[in-house]
Design a protein around this ligand. Structure first.
Ligand SMILES: [Cu+2]
Length: 154
């Protein structure tokens, strides 16, 4: 076999090997990108169910658009549990996906972590109208979408 022909064949084989290596690296990068995307999307798709609770449980969800309800009515002297869910993930720049439900006059302050639940149980004794708010995101408690009214009926 002449030398030039074997050199040519060697070059051809080397080129083929490089091509194969490039496609393997490309497939690897694609798999890593898809894996990372799945990691980021997983908490948005699979949300845990709220823990079961007894008594007067009021479910409130919060995201950047505001609370799921702006008026809550409860009875004075009866225990009530506020179960707050944050619908935002931790990648939110404003507040890091946390939300709050607080009533200063009643000493209630619940903070839900990103894509999580949190709760507080309290017994309002004095009938009246109280403001609840979230002071973590979107300009805080002065934002109309981040506040609401708790009405304690006699
Ligand atoms: Cu908030």
């Amino acid at each position: 076999m002449p030398l030039t022909q074997s050199k040519r064949e060697l070059r051809k084989r080397t080129r083929l090997r490089k091509k194969r290596l490039r496609s393997v690296v490309f497939v690897g990068i694609v798999i890593v990108v898809i894996g990372l995307a799945g990691l980021f999307l997983k908490p948005a798709i699979f949300r845990p169910a709220p823990p079961p609770m007894a008594g007067n449980v009021i479910d409130i969800a919060a995201d950047m658009a505001g609370f799921s309800q702006y008026e809550i009515r409860v009875k004075a002297g009866e225990p009530v549990t506020i179960r707050l869910e944050s619908l935002d993930n931790r990648y939110h720049i404003d507040g890091g996906g946390k939300h709050q439900w607080a009533v200063d006059e009643l000493g209630v302050d619940v903070i839900a972590q990103p894509l999580s639940f949190n709760y507080a149980t309290f017994t309002p004794e004095t009938p009246g109208t109280y403001m609840f708010y979230c002071d973590i995101c979107c300009g805080g408690r002065l934002n109309p979408s981040m506040q609401g009214t708790l009405i304690v009926e006699a």
